[in-house]
Design a binder for this molecule. Structure first.
Ligand SMILES: Cc1cc2nc3c(=O)[nH]c(=O)nc-3n(C[C@H](O)[C@H](O)[C@H](O)COP(=O)(O)OP(=O)(O)OC[C@H]3O[C@@H](n4cnc5c(N)ncnc54)[C@H](O)[C@@H]3O)c2cc1C
Length: 290
């Protein structure tokens, strides 16, 4: 049962930050409530005060410029999935959102809420790591930037201090001949990943050598992680099937999955071995056409 709480609906980011500063750790941010309300119903979280930021339209936007893409934290999954500019220039984001939860959840849940929830099986984190995203967090004392790959600290724990809010996600414009791909393996449609892999590959002009590669794993460790050793196997080389297989094997040594009702640890490791080569190959094919 959800315990009583006082609900605030600030009209501006400034008001929201003032409320968070005033009520400190007795206070919780709520946006779409798609994840938080489940925890509250289970009695795992019982804040005395709730700062509801769903109405902060100043944080609901998708902007594209020379430097890349900016997404406000209260932007819904559905808005990202349907955005023409994202479909055209960052298609992997739209594809990821298309397989996240149901349309009802995507219509109300937000990208900011998803990342701040810190679920290692969440879809956006690994894609944003592969796309080299940076987050902006605001607090009473100002703002700071955090690379997405450093934001998740542990199971359901992220680098947000009391009084801070995630305000924006920035994704740099991809260099020429860059492609990205994402796949989540799940047993139940519209559900969280059993294990997922995102990859982004940049190829050299003409020679097809892998100039840069970023590989991220979801639901394969306490947080979404970057498989840096696997990337090293591929970077600076002409990618072959043998190298892709090796990258998959190496990525599995970087993963630390758990066994649960959905899959055993060994099954998840096998998914990493299979999906890392597959998604990197797909990213490479897209890079050739970019
Ligand atoms: C049926 C169902 C299926 C789902 N399937 C998937 C799935 O397949 N893949 C997937 O990735 N997710 C899935 N989810 C999770 C859910 O879609 C997301 O976690 C949701 O996007 C959270 O956003 P929200 O705005 O509802 O966040 P809320 O529930 O309001 O908040 C979540 C957490 O983030 C904090 N928070 C929210 N916004 C901010 C902010 N701007 N700054 C700081 N802290 C903030 C809150 O305090 C809370 O701790 C599913 C959820 C449901 C209910």
């Amino acid at each position: 049962m959800i315990k009583d709480f006082e609900h605030f609906a600030p009209a501006t980011l400034k008001e929201a930050l003032a409320l968070l500063a005033k009520y400190g750790d007795d206070c919780k941010v709520i946006c779409g409530g798609q994840s938080l309300l489940i925890l509250m119903r289970q009695g795992l979280v019982s804040p005395k005060y709730m700062v509801d930021i769903k109405g902060l339209t100043e944080l609901s936007y998708i902007k594209e410029g020379k430097d890349g893409l900016k997404i406000g934290a209260t932007t819904t999954h559905r808005a990202i999935e349907k955005s023409p500019v994202i479909k055209k220039k960052y298609p992997v984001l739209a594809e990821m959102e298309n397989r996240l939860a149901s349309i009802q959840t995507r219509n109300w849940g937000t990208i900011g809420g998803n990342i701040c929830h810190g679920d290692p099986a969440g879809d956006p984190a690994s894609v944003l790591i592969a796309l080299n995203a940076t987050l902006t967090v605001a607090g009473a004392k100002g703002t700071r930037s955090i690379p997405m790959e450093k934001f998740s600290l542990d199971y359901f724990e992220v680098d947000l201090k009391d009084g801070e809010l995630l305000t924006e996600i920035q994704i740099p414009a991809p260099p020429p001949r860059t492609g990205a791909a994402y796949y989540k393996f799940n047993v139940i449609e519209s559900d969280l990943a059993t294990t997922s892999v995102a990859a982004s590959v940049t190829l050299g002009s003409g020679d097809g050598v892998c100039q840069d590669v970023r590989i991220a794993l979801g639901a394969a460790a306490p947080t979404a992680i970057r498989a840096k050793k696997a990337e090293k196997v591929l970077k600076g080389k002409k990618i072959t099937d043998a190298l892709l297989k090796e990258a998959g094997e190496v990525a599995a040594t970087e993963a630390e999955p758990i066994s649960d009702i959905y899959a055993s640890e060994e099954y998840r490791l096998e998914l990493v071995r299979v999906l890392v080569p597959r998604m990197t190959k797909e990213a490479m094919a897209r890079a050739k056409k970019a």
